[in-house]
Design a protein around this ligand. Structure first.
Ligand code: FES
Ligand code: FES
Length: 158
């Protein structure tokens, strides 16, 4: 079937089977391979993207269900060539080791800060429970999210 997906601000028309998952539409049809697949049980969060501003696991959603929505992937998070504060914070605080979980962690973390601008460590750990890091770099991930939260609060004058 033919569907149109708005990804990172651009409409893309694609022809895919009805049961195509959003993650496969992004990776296989649109070649946006920054969104990863780490499991087949909706457990790992490596496939996290934003749909209408909310973090979702793109392996748990059909592509057709995302028609008409604004989809944001890790490739679209930087604005005008400047990394998003969350990307900068992961870089500065070494919030990654192999990097496999990182796109999903960053997308989930960016959504977390929209909901909880001033999170405690517990808020962050709880908010990222659906994202698994096989390298177990959680300490630095938490530090990165805290740093990004502080930067965003300062930018907003809060
Ligand atoms: S690939 Fe989607 S949760 Fe693991
Ligand atoms: S950095 Fe390797 S899985 Fe998280």
């Amino acid at each position: 079937m033919e569907i149109t997906l708005n990804v990172n601000g651009t409409d893309h028309r694609l022809d895919c089977p009805e049961r195509t998952l959003l993650v496969h539409a992004l990776r296989d049809h649109l070649r946006l391979t920054g969104t990863h697949v780490g499991c087949d049980t909706s457990q790992c969060g490596a496939c996290t993207v934003h749909v209408d501003g909310v973090a979702v696991k793109s392996c748990a959603m059909l592509a057709v269900q995302a028609e008409g929505a604004r989809i944001l992937t890790i490739e679209g998070l930087a604005a005008d060539g400047t990394l998003h504060p969350m990307q900068q914070a992961f870089h500065l605080h070494h919030g990654l080791q192999c990097g496999f979980c990182t796109p999903g962690m960053i997308m989930a973390s960016a959504d977390l800060l929209k909901r909880i601008p001033n999170p405690t460590e517990e808020d962050i750990r709880h908010g990222l429970e659906g994202n698994l890091c096989r390298c177990t770099g959680y300490q630095n991930i938490v530090a990165a999210v805290q740093a990004a939260a502080e930067k965003l609060r300062i930018e907003k004058g809060g």
